[in-house]
Design a protein around this ligand. Structure first.
Ligand code: URA
Length: 483
């Protein structure tokens, strides 16, 4: 039996594997006759390299083998696995498909299919963990430059890098792993050899903020250590600043739940306090740093919305603004640009502010939920209302923004914003335009959302809705807004 070898470089490259597989198929080399090599490996049986194809080798009788998109995707994912047998496995599957087993992928009990699916699943899981657990640290002495250290199980750096480029477009960053590194200069990704953990900066000041924040939002009553370890396996803890808190938080959780229980028995909580609303977030150690809060929020994973979104859209405006406007969540334009209220709803808001003589640059604009929630329909991303769990998960960020900016007045745009500020039972239509005093003296009211105005039928109905919106916002110009 003749024996050949092919070398795949880089070892996770779909293109390299595909070229070699096509060549082998074209030359009729059966799976058992081929050694797949990667890196510096040499063929155990000294099999010579399969000679490349020359034009003259192609005859009119050659018909290319077409495979389904599902197979190509499966191959691209499996190739990122470290299993040395993955290339041979994929070639065996391709050989079988080319030999007439066209429906191979739809036989879930087939051992090759099962193995390929298991490899792909492990790569997807590793990818997910890298997206979730990479933590950037500031490079001392350089502005807006960050480095993270991460140890993935598989060859996933090239696969995950575009996600970080989209998510952290405005930063310069590098991710170092033992086998490969990637960096982003604001324009393009560059890949290089692996690094060492010492090449990444040691802990930076933001990590203390992140830990304080995490300690504040940790809910002992919802502690489920089994789930926690499944979601955040212990081997990733070394990447996470908050992980150093976990042993203590977990140990004390029982006492804290008991304490919450005891306090609850004496003072049952009303869902909507009528006038006086507890709003302030617990003070944080570095709590005066809105920028640090923004940076911490950029890595927020408190609910699943971060993953499909492009980036966290944090609030913007003067840090001593007198008026804060709270919207629902970023839309498509905000998600792509990273700035709140720049899409159609933002333009309507701008129009209303102009009419009222309010300078937008004096306002702090933010949202109850900081990631865009959407459904895909073809190429379009359709806005989808955030759920209570998303609003609750994001609430600590909003409370911290309020704590930092300390506005005299808050205007909530729409029901989601109102429920984030006033509590879940707030009825927008009953309370629209009415002032409420929050327990620290901040005055707040809710009005409709500008997107709601835009959803009204064109003509009288929309004009009336717009007028109502403007009339409510007019209160921002009146005497009530004074502190
Ligand atoms: N709608 C919002 O509530 N916020 C934005 O930032 C944009 C649209």
């Amino acid at each position: 039996m003749a024996r050949w070898s092919v070398r795949i470089d880089p070892a996770w490259s779909l293109e390299a594997w595909r070229d070699a597989a096509r060549l082998a198929l074209h030359r009729g080399v059966a799976p058992a006759e081929l050694d797949w090599l990667q890196g510096q490996e040499s063929s155990l049986l000294d099999a010579p390299a399969l000679p490349p194809m020359r034009d003259a080798d192609t005859t009119a009788a050659d018909t290319p083998t077409y495979v389904s998109r599902a197979f190509v995707e499966l191959a691209a994912t499996c190739l990122c696995h470290r299993d040395p047998q993955r290339m041979a496995l994929l070639y065996r599957m391709l050989w079988r498909i080319a030999s007439g087993e066209r429906g191979l992928l739809s036989i879930p009990t087939d051992p090759d299919v099962q193995r390929a699916m298991a490899l792909a699943q492990a790569v997807r899981r590793d990818t997910h963990k890298m997206k979730a657990f990479v933590r950037f640290r500031e490079v001392p002495g350089e502005q807006d430059a960050f480095i993270a250290w991460f140890e993935p199980d598989h060859h996933i750096v090239d696969r995950v890098a575009p996600f970080f480029a989209r998510r952290f477009t405005g930063m310069r960053w590098a991710i170092l792993t033992p086998a490969r590194s990637v960096s982003w200069d604001g324009q393009a990704l560059s890949f290089g050899p692996g690094g060492r953990q010492d090449d990444a900066p040691a802990e930076d000041a933001r990590e203390e903020l992140w830990r304080t924040y995490y300690a504040n939002i940790f809910n002992p009553a919802r502690l489920n250590t089994r789930m926690m370890q499944q979601e955040m396996p212990v081997r990733y803890w070394k990447h996470l600043p908050e992980a150093s808190l976990l042993p203590t938080l977990v140990r004390d959780a029982g006492d804290r739940v008991q304490d919450m229980h005891d306090r609850g028995a004496h003072a049952p909580q009303r869902r909507i306090p009528a006038r006086s609303i507890a709003l302030r977030a617990p003070a944080t150690a570095n709590g005066d740093d809105l920028d640090a809060l923004r940076t911490a929020a950029a890595g927020c994973r408190r609910c699943p919305l971060w993953e499909p979104a492009t980036q966290t859209v944090f609030g913007e405006g003067p840090r001593d603004a007198q008026v804060m406007l709270v919207g629902e969540q970023p839309g498509d334009a905000e998600d792509l640009s990273g700035h709140p209220f720049v899409g159609p709803a933002g333009q309507l808001l701008d129009r209303a502010l102009r009419e009222l003589g309010i300078d937008r640059s004096t306002l702090y604009l933010t949202n109850a939920v900081k990631h865009f929630r959407f459904e895909r329909r073809g190429k379009r991303r359709i806005h989808s209302k955030p759920q209570v769990t998303h609003i609750n998960a994001c609430r600590p960020w909003l409370l911290n923004e309020i704590e930092q900016v300390r506005p005299a007045v808050i205007a909530c745009l729409g029901a989601s914003a109102a429920s984030a500020v006033f509590g879940a039972g707030f009825n927008l239509m009953e309370n629209r335009g009415r002032w409420h005093a929050l327990d620290d003296g901040t005055r707040a009211f809710a009005t409709v959302h500008p997107a709601w105005v835009l959803r009204q039928p064109e003509g009288d109905a929309r004009a009336a809705a717009y007028q109502l919106f403007v009339d409510d916002l007019r209160q921002l110009t009146g005497p009530q807004r004074a502190r």
